[in-house]
Design a protein around this ligand. Structure first.
Ligand code: BV8
Ligand code: ZN
Length: 260
């Protein structure tokens, strides 16, 4: 059962486990980008006008109105371009530098983890700054053009390089995600409502294999009952505090800094 920590308090067990861990995998969701000003999917702010993400982020929506779907993604890309990584992203990049085997698995498509310096990132749902051809394997990096795009190679329609609802994830990325989660000493789940599959299943597969799951989220989720420890709080506050305490825990004597 989860030991749902009071808001923001990080139990020492979490610090010790992460400080001693050789292999850590982290799964992030929209809550990690919330403090960068990127609206979450199921938050009150909603994501765009009177459309729900589940309505627009589908192949059906793109087939019936590619211009509307491109408009939504161009609008979101504008938000992402104006956004900066927040302390949650930076803390995860810092954590990667301290832990021998570290994999960051993200459901987010905003690319903010890479901009914060994270290197070993698995983007489960694609990346909003890329487009791919509906017919051939042409992929392009989007700059600031907008409108509906045609493939320069074969003339077909280009689409956002995003995994939509009802579409299968890249099997290689999915396999790497399960392998990283399944071999981790600690599996951290941060800023996600843990409802979207198959990402939400990762933590449960870790628990079934006897692994340790730490959840960091603003609100309780369906994972909260199964996670070993849940820390309720903002990712931009909890993660930096966690990395700071890991550092203090790892450098003996650091607490007794000689008078400079
Ligand atoms: C698949 C790209 C096999 C799009 C995304 C019926 C028909 C078809 C499929 C299904 C179906 N029923 C179920 C499914 C499966 C479906 C699914 O899971 N649906 C859900 C809605 C039930 N999954 C799929 O379709 C997947 N593919 O299963 O393939 C298949 C094939 C054919 C038919 C059936 C199955 C594909 C899923 C990928 C969808 N694409 N993104 C885009 O971005 O435009 S998912 C989308 O949701 C985002 O990637 C997002 O990251 C992700 C998950 O949401 P969260 O990240 O958790 O965001 P959310 O707002 O929900 O929560 C934020 C959390 O943060 C909250 O808990 C909040 O408390 C917390 N928070 C807020 N602020 C902070 C914070 N925490 C900390 N600090 C803060 N400051
Ligand atoms: Zn093409």
């Amino acid at each position: 059962m989860s030991d749902a920590a009071e808001s923001g308090r990080i139990p020492q067990e979490v610090v010790t486990r992460l400080s001693e861990a050789q292999r850590v995998a982290v799964l992030t969701g929209a809550g990690v980008s919330a403090e960068s000003g990127i609206p979450t999917f199921r938050g009150k702010a909603g994501l765009w006008k009177n459309h729900r993400p589940e309505q627009l982020a589908t192949p059906q929506a793109f087939r019936s109105d590619p211009a509307l779907v491109w408009e939504w993604y161009h609008w979101r890309r504008g938000l992402v371009r104006q956004a900066d990584p927040n302390p949650a992203h930076s803390a995860l990049a810092e954590m990667e530098n301290r832990i021998p085997h570290f994999v960051l698995i993200t459901q987010n498509v905003d690319g903010l983890h890479m901009r914060a310096g994270s290197g070993n990132v698995l983007e489960m749902h694609g990346n909003i700054n890329r487009a791919r051809c509906c017919s051939c394997d042409n992929r392009i990096q989007l700059t600031d053009e907008s409108g509906v795009l045609d493939c320069a190679r074969c003339g077909s329609l280009m689409r956002p390089d995003i995994v939509w609802f009802g579409e299968s994830l890249d099997p290689d990325i999915l396999a790497q995600s399960y392998r990283a989660a399944g071999t981790a000493d600690v599996f951290v789940v941060a800023g996600t409502s843990s409802v979207v599959q198959p990402a939400a299943s990762l933590a449960f597969s870790v628990k079934e294999a006897g692994g340790f799951v730490l959840e960091i989220n603003l609100d309780p989720t369906p994972l909260t009952g199964a996670a070993d420890i849940t820390v309720l709080g903002k990712a931009g506050e909890v993660l930096p505090e966690l990395v700071k305490r890991m550092w203090e825990n790892q450098t003996p004597g650091s607490l007794f800094q000689p008078d400079r």
